[in-house]
Design a protein around this ligand. Structure first.
Ligand SMILES: Cc1cc2nc3c(=O)[nH]c(=O)nc-3n(C[C@H](O)[C@H](O)[C@H](O)COP(=O)(O)OP(=O)(O)OC[C@H]3O[C@@H](n4cnc5c(N)ncnc54)[C@H](O)[C@@H]3O)c2cc1C
Length: 464
């Protein structure tokens, strides 16, 4: 049976769950493989494809979003079909997919976030950066977030690029944002923002930051905001200095931070403060509103394995603020019927082959790619070799006769199943209609696109 698979007479039927970068890179690797005939059906719970390229990447970083054109090329392959608005585990089950596909590739990313686990975290306006990002980018699940921007100060916890994105969006002027594809509702809310002080707070020191050079550089060029760094907090301990020796990227980050410390206040209306060696320990509320965040000062010490960890000193500082955004990492959510590593928030795997966590036994015909595979790290491009690794494992298994053909391989059967269930899936051709409408609306408004936000609006447009 297995040797007949992946031939023109019996193409290998692959389902890719998730239309983000890792899903598209996996689809491309599956379709491009010269020796085998493969068809790919890609499912996404949202109408719009592209995952975090559309709903994560900052609106003022449009050049990054150009990668979607590469995904469009994959989607134009005759062996590819798109099923938008179809949620794995709700609209189609694990067993149904296994019935209709020889192989399933999970590319579902990391759909939740890590918490701080401190008192006051559930107060209104204590938000995940994940939610805030999704709100300004028009993700249908977060359009009603309504962050309260009437306060004078906001605290962003974390020093990765997501923290930098949310701090920058809060710091930018309307003029700096209006020519982007930020949603109109977010732009209106930001135009009325009273936030003058934005604190980016790091648990460890400046030699342990996760942001990249381009991101920190931008804070030196904001129309409305000064970048503030305290001299004191830039002083490196011996272990930190040694850890970044020869690391040109970290040295450059430090150069930017030192330059901000030197320039100091220039009298702009807003200030972005980079603060180091501080951990939030309590979000303080009064009458149901955040009024301040209590921080503990940390000290660094080298630990086994060459890492440098932070521990509290028992000295505290309270920063008045009305909003806190935690940007301490995205996290996966379990998919029904699929193994899951609760601690890492990923699907356990060996080189992309899904394994049962308790037995380490491979689950035949199931693979994982992207953030669902390795956790929420890496840029868009990191997902390409990562997806290729998983697809190589898949072809190796095919070669070794490890893949059993599914019982319902016809391309129509899955369409019949979804239709019989009343699932209004959106095809690639329909997505192209929506995409063109967004771009056309953008042209009129002087923006790259004006996004549809709500699924109902997208479906209504398609019925016109
Ligand atoms: C805020 C932010 C900004 C970023 N900015 C940049 C940047 O500027 N440059 C850069 O190179 N990288 C950036 N990245 C990183 C980049 O976005 C990721 O590396 C990449 O998106 C991960 O790809 P993925 O396919 O694994 O996950 P995702 O992009 O998250 O895609 C997962 C897809 O799976 C779908 N899905 C989830 N669950 C289901 C389900 N049950 N059924 C069906 N579909 C489902 C989701 O709707 C989504 O479309 C950023 C990340 C974030 C969070």
């Amino acid at each position: 049976m297995a040797d007949q698979l992946a031939t023109p007479a019996r193409p290998l039927r692959a389902a890719v769950i998730g239309a983000g970068p890792s899903g598209f890179y996996a689809a491309a690797a599956l379709l491009k493989e010269a020796e085998h005939t493969v068809t790919v059906d890609m499912f996404d719970r949202l109408v719009a494809p592209d995952g975090l390229v559309r709903y994560g990447v900052a609106p003022d970083h449009q050049n990054i979003k150009a990668v979607a054109k590469i995904f469009d090329r994959t989607a134009a392959d005759p062996g590819f079909r798109y099923f938008g608005n179809v949620e794995f585990g709700k609209d189609i089950s694990h067993d149904e997919l296994r019935r209709h596909y020889d192989v399933v590739v999970y590319a579902t990313g990391a759909q939740s976030d890590r918490r701080l686990n401190i008192p006051g975290e559930d107060l209104p306006n204590s938000l995940s950066a994940m939610a805030f990002v999704a709100w300004y980018n028009g993700h249908p699940d977060f359009a009603d977030l309504n962050p309260d921007l009437s306060c004078a100060a906001a605290i962003v916890v974390g020093v990765g690029n997501v923290a930098m994105d949310v701090a920058r969006v809060l710091a930018k002027s309307v003029d700096e944002l209006k020519g982007t594809d930020i949603t109109d509702y977010a732009l209106k809310a930001l135009a009325k923002s009273n936030i003058k002080d934005i604190y980016i707070v790091a648990r460890r020191g400046p030699a342990q930051v996760k942001f990249t050079n381009a991101e920190v550089r931008e804070f030196g060029h904001l129309e409305l905001a000064d970048a503030i760094v305290l001299d004191d907090e830039l002083r490196l301990d011996r272990a930190s200095s040694a850890s970044i020796e020869g690391d040109t990227s970290m040295q450059k980050n430090l150069d930017y931070l030192r330059a901000y410390a030197e320039i100091g206040l220039q009298g702009k209306a807003r200030r972005v403060h980079f603060r180091f060696l501080l951990s939030p320990v309590e979000i303080i509320g009064e009458e149901g509103k955040i009024v301040a965040v209590k921080m503990e000062k940390n000290q660094l010490r080298p630990v086994a394995g060459g890492d440098i960890s932070a521990s509290g000193t028992g000295v505290f500082e309270t920063i008045p603020a009305g909003m806190i955004l935690r940007a301490v990492g995205y996290k996966g959510v379990p998919l029904p019927g699929v193994p899951y590593d609760r601690r890492k928030g990923t699907i356990p795997n060996h080189l992309g082959r899904v394994v049962e966590p308790s037995t380490e036994k491979e689950v035949s015909g199931e693979y994982v790619v992207g953030w669902a595979k390795r956790g929420p790290t890496g840029v868009i491009g990191t997902n390409k070799p990562d997806s290729i690794e998983s697809v190589n494992s898949l072809f190796e298994d095919l070669q070794k006769g490890k893949l059993a053909g599914c019982v319902e391989p016809s391309r129509e059967a899955v369409v019949d199943l979804l239709q019989a269930r009343g699932v209004r899936y959106v095809t690639e051709a329909e997505w192209q209609v929506l995409d063109a409408a967004e771009v056309a609306a953008g042209k009129e408004a002087g923006k790259p696109r004006v996004k549809f936000v709500h699924t109902a609006d997208m479906l209504a447009m398609l019925e016109k």
